[in-house]
Design a protein. Structure first.
Length: 114
């Protein structure tokens, strides 16, 4: 677990407290800020996991490259390239999910105003 994951979990907890306090005090701004903090924390925690996973793959690829011949090193480079592609695709997917959730929250907020 790295600092991004830890701070992400902390931000989520702080966000939950803010949201609950905002709801208890009937303060929409505070409740919304808490929700935003939770989302930012989830993103940060996920980013930390992505970094850890990438580091594990990198370390494995390096270890394999040390043991294998030049052909095996080429395979390691290919695996690393594939991993980078998957990480980017996963990050884009996460970004889309976060953006969709934010849009949903905005829509719910608009509906509450009506």
């Amino acid at each position: 677990m790295n600092t991004d994951q830890i701070t992400g979990k902390i931000e989520q907890t702080v966000g939950k407290v803010k949201e609950a306090a905002g709801e208890a005090l009937n303060n929409e701004k505070l409740a919304n800020a808490g929700t935003a903090d939770q989302i930012k924390g989830q993103v940060k925690e996920t980013w930390g996991k992505v970094k850890d996973t990438a580091a594990e793959f990198r370390d494995t690829a390096r270890a394999n490259a040390d043991v294998r011949s030049t052909n095996a090193q080429a395979d390691g480079h290919e695996q690393a390239a594939n991993l980078r592609e998957r990480v980017v695709a996963g990050a884009e997917n996460l970004k889309d999910k976060v953006n969709n959730k934010l849009d949903e929250l905005k829509e719910e907020q608009r509906e509450r105003r009506l």
